[in-house]
Design a binder for this molecule. Structure first.
Ligand SMILES: Nc1ncnc2c1ncn2[C@@H]1O[C@H](COP(=O)(O)OP(=O)(O)O)[C@@H](O)[C@H]1O
Ligand SMILES: [Mg+2]
Length: 394
């Protein structure tokens, strides 16, 4: 039963309205003035209110204002005197849902009440929808977040699994090398064969170097690093690496050549990072020559070039170019180059070098690319913006 509050200072009108509305099925509560009406409204919270406008004390407009202020969804119909257009307009302006004239005609009143009831019902429905919608959105958000967390977890697990498997493989290879070296050292001592002892030691040393390389690569790979640029000489980095790898190249009958650009003087670079990248690339180039099965009298060469490229728009770029005429790569190898633990060196490689190099170059905002042809050779290009401290501040 819909509750309706009727406020009118004229007792007979109030009584007539109470009878007719009750017979229409409304639960009628009545008040003889504005104050009493408001009190009833606050206590019983009817959604439908019918109030006379002209009343001594608090008038209908004031009642309307207060009701709307307390419950904006309450529907207030005002009763105006015949021809009192001003009051009717004022009531509508203050949010009355309708006005009816005196003398009140039942069919007009009932129609107006029906409309008000519909409005209340629609409002309630709308409120239900919005609340429902908000709840649904919240539910979906929670579900989505859970799904995302699951995904991250499983992906991380896969990565950890792969990393551990790859690592175990790497370490096993190094251990085999170490054991072999130790066996040679032992035998060399027991049988008093100095050459065996020497070879054994070299093998041990190589494998110890491999462990430290592996650890360094793993650390570089697993950490989010921010490059720490210092003012340094790119050509000097190349020279140092050539110096370091000189002997290894010679042992493999590879000629190491450096062609550095004299215009490239200083640059602001993370020296350790770039050193590691070039060391990886030049080592790989020497390996590519030493693995080359080409038996024709090919003269193997590894060339390390630097170039300062200037462009009006892009500014200055440092180019490191490492090329070799070793094995080259098939498309299959090229596609897997930067994948974790991908190595064709059967136990002699870790398969982390290029991955780590790419990471370092990307952290520098630079680019690494490759051109290669199976049986002919490979060239790696590393491009870095030549930034100087004053650029970086700007
Ligand atoms: N200069 C190159 N010429 C031919 N193949 C190369 C060259 N550089 C890299 N590769 C290929 O890429 C693979 C991955 O290199 P890298 O990540 O440095 O690992 P690793 O040297 O330990 O094998 C190598 O095993 C090799 O197959
Ligand atoms: Mg390598």
């Amino acid at each position: 039963m819909t509750k309706i509050l009727v406020i009118d200072d004229e007792r007979p009108i109030l009584e007539v309205l109470e009878i007719s509305l009750s017979s229409e099925g409304y639960d009628v509560i009545t008040a003889e003035n504005g104050e009493e009406g408001l009190e009833l409204f606050e206590k019983q919270g009817p959604k439908l209110i019918l109030t006379d406008i002209r009343m001594p004390g608090m008038d209908g407009i004031e009642v309307l204002k207060r009701i709307k202020a307390s419950d904006n969804e309450a529907e207030v119909i005002v009763i105006t005197g015949h021809g009192d257009i001003d009051s009717a307009i004022s009531a509508l302006q203050h949010g009355a849902s309708d006005f009816i004239n005196k003398p009140i005609r039942d069919e007009v009143l009932l129609l107006s009440l029906e409309r008000a009831k519909k409005k209340i019902a629609i409002n309630e429905q709308l409120k239900g929808y919005t609340e429902n919608l908000e709840q649904k959105v919240e539910e979906y958000t929670v579900e989505l977040r859970q799904a995302q967390e699951e995904l991250i977890k499983t992906e991380r697990l896969v990565t950890i699994g792969e990393t551990v498997a790859g690592l175990a493989h790497c370490i096993k290879n190094i251990l085999t090398g170490l054991r072999g070296g130790m066996y040679m050292v032992d035998t060399g001592m027991a049988k008093d064969k100095p050459s065996m002892l020497e070879d054994g030691w070299a093998m041990v040393r190589r494998n110890i170097e491999k462990v430290s390389d592996l650890v360094l690569d793993l650390l570089t790979y697993s950490k989010e690093r921010v490059p720490e640029p210092t003012l340094c000489k790119p050509n000097e980095i190349v020279s140092e690496i050539i110096e370091l790898l000189h002997k290894r190249a010679e042992e493999n009958r590879v000629k190491l050549i450096q062609l550095v650009d004299p215009n490239l003087k200083e640059a602001y670079l993370d020296r350790d990072g770039i050193y590691r990248v070039l060391l990886n690339l030049i080592s790989n180039a020497i390996d590519a020559c030493s693995y080359d099965t080409d038996t024709s009298s090919k003269a193997w060469e590894v060339i390390a070039r630097t170039k300062l490229e200037t462009d009006v728009d892009a500014g200055e770029t440092i180019l490191f170019e490492i090329s070799d005429n070793g094995t080259g790569m098939t498309d299959e190898v090229k596609a897997k180059l930067f994948t974790r633990f991908f190595s064709t060196k059967a136990g002699r490689g870790t398969g982390l070098g290029l991955l780590v190099s790419q990471k370092i170059i990307r952290e520098h905002g630079g680019e690494i690319s490759v051109e290669s042809k199976a049986g002919e050779g490979t060239t790696f290009f590393v491009r870095l913006k030549r930034e100087m401290p004053e650029d970086m501040e700007a």
